[in-house]
Structure formats: C-alpha cells, structure tokens
Design a protein around this ligand. Structure first.
Ligand SMILES: [Zn+2]
Length: 257
C-alpha cells in the first residue's frame, strides 16, 4: 500500500471529509524552499497601458503573472519516489477537483441560467454536452458544470473507479476515465476564466486560481492527460481563451512545451 493510499486519500475519502493533504500549493502549505526565488519573468513588466481591445483581463498585466508559485511547475508534478503512478494521478486529480469545486462554489451565485446561457469559454467558443442519445446539446453553464461536478464526484466515490482499499487495483479503464475527467475539468476552468474572472479578482484570488490552473495544466501534460488541441483549440484556428493563457505562461517559463 502506498503512502498516499494509506495516509492521504483513504483519510480524505472515508466518511465525512476531514482536512486533506493538498499537493496543490497554497500559501499555507506550500514549502517556501520550493517556491523558487527565480522570477518567472525577469523582463520588466509591460507598462500598465489600457488593455488591447478584446484582450481578456486574465491575459493582462499584472493578473497574468499573479501566482503563489514562482518559477516552473515541473518539479511539483514529478512522480515522487516509491509512489505508484496511478495513485499519484488519482490523488492529484482528486485534489484538482476539490480545489476547482471550491472556487466554483464561491462564484456560483454569479453563474446562472441568465448570466451564462451557454458553456462559454471565449467569444466564439461554446462547449456542448453529449447527452444520453449521443447528441451534442447546448446547456446553460451552471447546468453543464453541475453535470460535470456531480459525475466526477460520483466517480471519486466509486471504489471500482478510484480504489482506496488495500488489494483493490485500479481498473484497466482508469487512464481513459481520467483523460475524460481532465478534459471536462479543463472546460470548467475555461468557463471561469472567460465568464467569471471579475469575481476571481474581486476575491483577490487570482494568484491562487492561476497557480491551481498552471499546476493542473503542467500535471496534465506531464502524464498525457490533456491533448494540446483541448487547450489551444484546433490547429489553423485563432487561439482563444485559455489557449492564449497557456501560450503566455509558456513564454514566461511557467509551463513547458
Ligand atoms: Zn458562468
């Protein structure tokens, strides 16, 4: 039984959820030693001129640079010694979900059928939901996100999908399931950035939210849980929404290629 199985996840997932160990850095738990003094971007910041037309606020200085973690995420996504890779992926996905769920919970009163009649992630980007008849349908964002979060919560609670007990193995379908989960959580991030960034700023949570998302992206790329096209959009189309954020963070050295 691995460390995370015995101490981390089984504690988190048994009965009422207690405080959890979080691999996602927070100001309270992230060791200073790892928060490298290395600045993410040693260039002088661009002058705080008026944002370009159509440029989302989250791509503008100083918000795009706001982070709890300075430097590159490579080290914190690496598989720790003696930890099973499935277990490492499971505990991190669990944690990304919990943190994202918390953020969405805080801003959800601003995400209504009226404010967000579609699952938008850019001026021309709307995600559709595949219904039981395999048809692609438009849903209001709160409905879409509720479906995603409920579905993921049920998977996390399912011992057959996310085994926590000793002797229970991860199913062969686990990697495919996780990729599916990852793509849907990415869409929730994308909607929050596109539609609810003012609320994130109002809460002064942009450093935390940026670090959570950058960690999510770095982890997804490291373990091939995310397709580039899901982040950047189809080739030959203009990069919109979080795709532009991804590009910017790569230029800044926060993320790798
Ligand atoms: Zn919304």
């Amino acid at each position: 039984m691995s460390f995370f199985n015995s101490i981390g996840r089984s504690m988190q997932r048994s009965g009422p959820r207690g405080p959890k160990r979080s691999p996602t850095p927070t100001s309270a738990t992230f060791p200073n030693a790892q928060a490298q003094a290395q600045p993410a971007d040693s260039q002088p910041p661009p002058s705080p001129s008026a944002p370009q037309v159509n440029k989302p606020l989250y791509l503008c200085s100083p918000f795009v640079e706001a982070a709890l973690v300075k430097g590159n995420f490579k080290t914190i996504v690496m598989l720790p010694k003696y930890v099973d890779i499935m277990e490492w992926v499971a505990v991190n996905v669990f944690d990304f979900f919990q943190n994202l769920n918390m953020f969405y919970g805080v801003i959800s009163e601003c995400c209504t059928q009226q404010s967000c009649p579609s699952m938008s992630a850019g001026p021309t980007l709307n995600y559709t939901w595949i219904n039981q008849d395999r048809k692609s349908v438009q849903l209001p964002a709160p409905t879409y996100i509720d479906y995603v979060m409920t579905w993921v919560q049920n998977l996390l609670d399912d011992e057959n999908t996310f085994p926590t007990k000793s002797g229970h193995d991860f199913p062969a379908s686990f990697p495919a399931t996780i990729k599916h989960v990852y793509r849907q959580l990415l869409r929730v991030f994308a909607h929050i950035y596109h539609a609810h960034y003012p609320q994130i700023l109002h809460l002064r949570s942009e450093p935390h939210f940026n670090s959570l998302f950058a960690h999510f992206l770095a982890f997804g790329r490291e373990y091939e849980l995310l397709d580039i096209k899901d982040v950047r959009g189809q080739p030959n189309t203009p990069i919109v929404g979080i795709g532009a954020l991804w590009e910017r963070w790569r230029e800044m050295g926060i993320l790798e290629g």
